[in-house]
Design a protein around this ligand. Sequence first.
Ligand code: NAG
Ligand code: NAG
Ligand code: NAG
Ligand code: ZN
Length: 458
Amino acid sequence: MASPSQRDSTTTLLSPTPPSYRRRSSLRLLLTILAFSATLTLALLLCVFSFSSLIPSFARRSHSTLHRPTVILISSDGFRYGYQFKCPMPNIHRLISNGTEAVPGLIPVFPTLTFPNHYSIVTGLYPESHGIINNFFIDPVTGDAFTKRRHEARWWLGEPLWEIVSNQGFNAAAYFWAGSEVSKGSWHCPAEFCPKYDSSVPFEKRVDDVLSYFDLPIDEIPVFVALYFEEPDSKGHDFGPDHPEITKAVARIDSMLGRLIAGLERRGIFEDVTIILVGDHGMVGTCDQRIIFLDDLSPWIEIPEKWVQSYGPLLAIQPPVNISAAEVVAAMNQGLSSGKVDNGQHLSVYLKEDLPERLHYSSSYRIPPIVGLVDEGYKLVPKRPMSNICGGDHGYDNALLSMRSIFVAHGPQFERGRKVPPFENIQIYNLVTSILGLRGAPNNGSYTFPASILLSDT
Ligand SMILES: *[C@@H]1O[C@H](CO)[C@@H](O)[C@H](O)[C@H]1NC(C)=O
Ligand SMILES: *[C@@H]1O[C@H](CO)[C@@H](O)[C@H](O)[C@H]1NC(C)=O
Ligand SMILES: *[C@@H]1O[C@H](CO)[C@@H](O)[C@H](O)[C@H]1NC(C)=O
Ligand SMILES: [Zn+2]
């Protein structure tokens, strides 16, 4: 936005400009400013439009303080780090300015997908240890398929926060969080605190239901509440991260936070409750013909579709037992490096045990023997033709900045206005159990992390 006017002022400074040109130039500057303010007004309107849904709907109830530390953990799916600057977002920025923020952002686990990351956040475990190694995979022992609708406990390892809280005698609530419908320990997804997933439930209702928990008799109020919103992820897939639709979707999340804050304030408990706002992963645009066709490898090796459990951004291949995975990898990499496969240099195929260790993606028997990493913004599809639809995706290397999400925490134990360096989302588990004063299960977070970020009790 600044560049055209900058160019004009440089022109004025450097060259003796005839008056007529200068008039045209200032007219252009004026037009630029007008266009800029129109854009800004439009952006503001988009935001204001969604703020208008903030309607008080609960009666005031008088309890001035809660009996115990209480955490509301909110996930906004696909909230890429930086989205918070797209337009004025007064509620998120209120939490940021009076709370603690990770800059630049929260590091997701690999693969940077929704189910693996949500379950890492609530278990403190890498996917290889919590078992949800992808949004979809086949158990190589039983041949059974994991999908987002499987709620049998055998899939979901570790001890999620709601189970920890419940096992230690307190109420917990989990509103649509991945894994919450799974019975574990004393947690059986109680109807009043754990609705069955239904994406059609309006965000407003989700917030109001969570607020209603705080109208319960004080000893029944859940000390831990997990709350999930699907946006801006789905808009990110449809339009990519830079589209005005994303601005609208994020402004809507901001207005939901406003609704939550207002409800907590009406109950006199906003300063008592800890709010932790996170996302599971970021988003990157996938346009411009950046496609790799697996079928292009057929001169080197034929990969039947039934071997493939997922394509890009995470390629997962389970060849039959009588085929050597090492030979498949060697043949694929030979083809990819031949220079004869379109975008071949943007796919790297590994035996899972040879993947970079920082990905922590090898030790589960559920991870298929062959894993391919696709470069940022590239897509891998079975074969031509593929209509080139522009949009966004995630699932890539968790070291990429575009895969980062947000961490903002506001509450009695978080310093106001503090910035902390980025950390992996597996650290959140120990952070929450520390705030709650409860014992967590063994996990991959560091035991010294909470003390490095929380204010001490004295
Ligand atoms: C931050 O907290 C202080 C003290 O409670 C309050 O006065 C101020 O309005 C808050 N700032 C924002 C941006 O909400
Ligand atoms: C592997 O086994 C399948 C059937 O189990 C058979 O059709 C296929 O030819 C075998 N492939 C090799 C390379 O032995
Ligand atoms: C993660 O934690 C689990 C449970 O304590 C442990 O079994 C696993 O080895 C840990 N992984 C890493 C990379 O430390
Ligand atoms: Zn997504």
